[in-house]
Design a protein. Structure first.
Lengths: 459, 447
């Protein structure tokens, strides 16, 4: 997957970090709480009535309740409180931008303490330490219905689990060879260590009634029309597989590649030292993927990592917390500069990039005429993802109403096609967050269940 | 390797640990004839079991010590595993429980050490706690031996709730007013210095014990001794703590948790017209200078500390003396006596309270953090007098419904922000009216 960088040395050859340090650089970014820390932190929760943190949680977790359970050393109870609202509570505890969600609304911020309860880490404590003899959720009596779920990412897994709980049979069609979606392939390695995404999916599958088929890629070896005919309902939980193009000459040059492709390889490798590293590199973008890319490249041993964004810091979609991580890793941020030209060496490989400085006037971004050049061995683009158009190319899929390029759904997660639902990154939600995807999957499962039950009654 | 032994610097303050004047305020007390440079004494307990501990306590600055209870020969025998705690949620010790008996060292060694310590520390109070069987011979035997040590007085341990009652001593005596009177009488007869009677709280009316002590001729009382307790159960093994082998037993409870119980008992005696001038040494959960000041305000002439020292070491007396003296200076009290009993006139029976007084809660919206704790407490369990409103921007706003508020203080208690909710006395225009005289009282006293 990192073939565009084949001419570059490996992390081991670059030699900034010895193997032990490399391993350390990709271990847990935020170490989990110890039992004592969890107890102390749980006592800081005020057990608010109608708590603002719950309102801020996209997946409706009863936060004061699970924290109180932790305080009473009822860890399984705490875990169940979390998981009944969000079956991927373990990965959300790791990847949720809590600083803009639950923890931002914690009333402790206002108090003289000016410090929220560490809700994310407490959630992780509960889900890390739960010990169930058998899966904590039971399936309702079989409904005899069979539902197809496309994509084993957070939306698909959440939907499948809830459908199984409600008594339905589920088959998940996953394009990759592992479940988890972005949790497995797309998130910085130090945010999701110890094969957690796979373990979480295995835990979730323990409920039973879910068949997971790998290598099933919609539009390639799987048609929506077939699923539509063969199953009682279909839930689309596709990811955004295609990286947006810079639309510049030299886009195919060695040394230029999508950040997500590199991260995917990084997440799957057993040998960090073998990864190719650009000692000097540029990351273009302003989201969490750009931050993950830049930080990971620095942690692999790159010595000059520059993140370039066409607007100002305040417009970056990466949170302050994420930006701080990048800065702490020596990532340089250049703002108000947009790609102008890919600079190539005499062998046609990336040698750097020229940027046009920008200015915003009446909401419009325009070049100032000034340019800057940054030398680099590699350029990673992290300027957003879009649909792989092939995935929705069959006759049935083509009928799906779109909203922008995403799939249009109503408040019940229904697409324009009967019995076809969608959620997660493939629909327009405002926040492309794991926790949002989990909530979509869960709510869609209930919508599907209701619709099928209504159909039953009508029949 | 540097093998030079570490030589501690000498601090002038250490040498003068017995100074009675701290921060310009005289902390000395004369308690029932027993003089001490300050009112902070260590209670009879493990910290005062032997000369080594007591000397360390004096070095640290304690004004007095009540030596751990002496008994008859042969000495008591203790079990292994002796203490347990009632913890708060952050593992802070709220209450402390022990199943230890009186001293398990020989009478001879104790008397010898007491003699030496009193000789070396003449300015500090040294009181000897005693518990022997309930017959005059036993007391007539031990008292002259104690008198010979030169100690300043004795404290009768009539309150130990475990181990000793089975032998006809401790709480078994303390729960029987006639025996309290009798034992006190023997002590006054066979001992010339002040006699303090330590009272057990494991009774229904503490005043009865104090009255009996006074009748017997006691110079003072001290209270409270520990309260019968079981602090926790090991739910895996179904046995209480502390666990001795596979069993447990009730112990004596002390520490912060017992302070409110002890203060009420101290106040009951201080308010009792039959014991109006009986000196009281206050004991029960005293951990800070504020606790001490509160006990003194309720009528204590000295205070005794044990649990706080056991949990933190003797050094806490430094902060206690410093805090108390600064507060006294600020308030203009030039001696402990100057504020002793100051809270007693305002401590009365419920029936004398002003039924016309009205106070209601006020929420400071600038300090409110919108946690909703006051709302749900009032809504679920009190008088439904807090309204939950939503501002235009979605912020929560909690407002007191004044006409519904009975002034119970629950919202103020549950609020996590200090001073956010205050109770504001209302101008009712109505005169003071005690329930004794209230027309609604069918048993009212005609005025």
């Amino acid at each position: 997957m990192t073939s565009p960088l084949n001419h570059l040395p490996s992390a081991q050859e670059v030699g900034t970090y010895d193997p032990q340090t490399l391993t350390h650089n990709f271990s847990d970014l935020h170490p989990p709480l110890t039992q004592r820390q969890a107890m102390i932190e749980s006592q800081r929760c005020l057990y608010c009535f109608d708590a603002p943190c719950v309102e801020a949680c996209p997946s409706d977790i009863d936060i004061p309740s699970f924290i109180r359970q932790i305080g009473e050393k009822n860890i399984n109870g705490a875990a169940e409180t979390i998981l009944e609202a969000n079956i991927l509570g373990g990965s959300c505890a790791r990847v949720c931008p809590t600083e803009i969600l639950c923890e931002r609304s914690c009333v402790r911020n206002h108090d003289a303490e000016c410090q929220p309860v560490l809700i994310g880490l407490l959630q992780r404590y509960a889900t890390d330490h739960m010990q169930f003899d058998s899966h904590p959720f039971k399936r309702a009596a079989s409904t005899g219905r069979h539902i197809a779920v496309v994509g084993a990412g957070p939306a698909g897994l959440s939907c499948a689990h809830r459908l199984a709980m409600l008594g339905h049979q589920v088959t998940i069609f996953e394009a990759e060879q592992k479940p988890g979606g972005l949790n497995e392939y797309g998130i910085a390695r130090y945010k999701m260590t110890d094969d957690f995404a796979r373990k979480e999916a295995e835990f979730l599958m323990e409920i039973g009634g879910i068949d997971l088929q790998y290598g099933q890629r919609l539009g390639y070896n799987l048609e929506l029309s077939t699923l539509h005919q063969q199953y009682d309902s279909v839930f689309l939980g596709l990811g955004l597989g295609a990286s947006r193009a810079l639309r510049l000459t030299g886009e195919e040059a060695p040394g230029l590649m999508p950040a997500v492709d590199y991260i995917k390889t990084l997440r799957q490798t057993d040998d960090l030292g073998s990864l190719t590293v650009a000692k000097r590199c540029i990351v273009i973008g302003a989201g969490n993927t750009a931050i993950d890319m830049a930080t990971q490249m620095a942690r692999l041993g790159a010595t000059e990592v520059t993140l370039v964004y066409r607007r100002g810091i305040e417009a970056m979609s990466a949170t302050d917390h994420e930006q701080e991580i990048a800065k702490a890793n020596g990532v340089r941020m250049v703002t108000w500069a947009q790609p102008d030209e890919i600079l190539l060496d005499d062998q046609g490989r990336v040698a750097g990039m020229r940027f046009a400085k920008t200015v915003e006037q009446a909401g419009q971004l325009s070049p100032t005429g000034e340019t800057i050049e940054i030398a680099a061995d590699a350029i990673f683009k992290a300027i957003g993802q879009s649909f792989d158009n092939t995935s929705l190319a069959d006759a049935t899929a083509a009928e799906l109403a779109r909203e922008g390029e995403r799939i249009h759904v109503d408040e019940m997660f229904r697409t324009s096609l009967p019995n076809v639902y969608a959620g997660g990154d493939c629909v327009k939600s405002g926040q492309d967050l794991t926790v949002q995807a989990v909530q979509h999957g869960k709510l869609a499962a209930h919508a599907i269940h209701q619709a099928l039950a209504a159909k039953q009654e009508a029949a | 390797m540097n093998t030079t032994p570490f030589t501690p610097l000498s601090f002038p303050g250490k040498k003068n640990s017995g100074d009675s004047v701290v921060n310009g305020v005289d902390l000395s007390v004369n308690f029932a004839g027993i003089k001490a440079p300050n009112p902070f004494w260590l209670a009879s307990a493990p910290p005062t079991d032997k000369a080594y501990n007591v000397v360390r306590a004096y070095e640290a600055g304690w004004g007095g010590v009540v030596w751990k209870t002496l008994g008859e020969e042969p000495p008591a025998v203790n079990v292994s595993s002796r203490y347990s705690a009632h913890y708060g949620k952050n593992r802070e010790v709220i209450g402390f429980n022990n199943i230890e008996l009186i001293t398990d060292r020989s009478l001879e060694i104790n008397l010898k050490e007491i003699t030496q310590v009193k000789k070396d520390w003449p300015d500090r109070a040294l009181i000897v706690s005693i518990m022997v069987p309930c017959n005059e011979e036993a007391w007539a035997y031990i008292l002259p031996l104690v008198e010979a040590t030169g100690a300043d007085g004795i404290e009768l341990n009539l309150g130990c709730p475990h181990g000793m009652p089975e032998r006809g001593m401790g709480a078994a005596v303390g729960q029987n007013p006639d025996l309290i009177e009798k034992v006190t009488y023997w002590c006054k007869k066979h001992y010339s210095k002040p006699v303090i009677v330590k009272l057990t709280p494991n009774i229904t009316d503490i005043r009865v014990g104090a009255q009996a002590a006074l009748r017997g001729g006691a110079d003072a009382v001290s209270l409270i001794n520990t309260i019968n307790s079981i602090t926790s159960i090991d739910l895996d093994n179904m046995v209480a703590k502390p666990t001795v082998g596979h069993q447990s037993t009730h112990g004596g409870y002390c520490g912060s948790a017992v302070k409110p119980i002890a203060m009420n008992m101290v106040a009951e005696i201080a308010r009792d017209p039959s014991t109006p001038t009986l000196p009281i040494s206050g004991i029960g959960g005293i951990s800070t200078w504020r606790d001490a000041a509160e006990f003194i305000a309720l009528g204590s002439g000295s205070v005794q500390v044990c649990t706080a020292a056991m949990l933190n070491g003797f050094r806490i007396v430094e902060e206690m003396k410093d805090g108390l003296s600064r507060w006294m200076a600020e308030k203009g009290y030039d001696s402990i006596e100057a504020f002793s009993r100051k809270a007693i006139p305002q401590t009365t029976d419920w029936k004398h309270l002003d039924i016309n007084f009205k106070t209601i809660a006020k929420i400071d919206q600038d300090l409110c953090i919108e946690c909703g704790r006051c709302y749900i407490a009032c809504e679920d369990t009190s008088h439904q007098s807090i309204a939950k409103l939503t501002e235009q921007n979605g912020a929560r706003r909690y407002e007191v419904i004044e006409e519904e508020c009975v002034g119970c203080n629950l919202c103020q208690i549950t609020c996590p922000v200090e001073n956010c909710i205050t109770m504001v006395p209302q101008e009712t225009g109505q005169p003071f009216l005690a329930w004794d005289n209230d027309p609604r009282n069918p048993f009212r006293v005609a005025s």
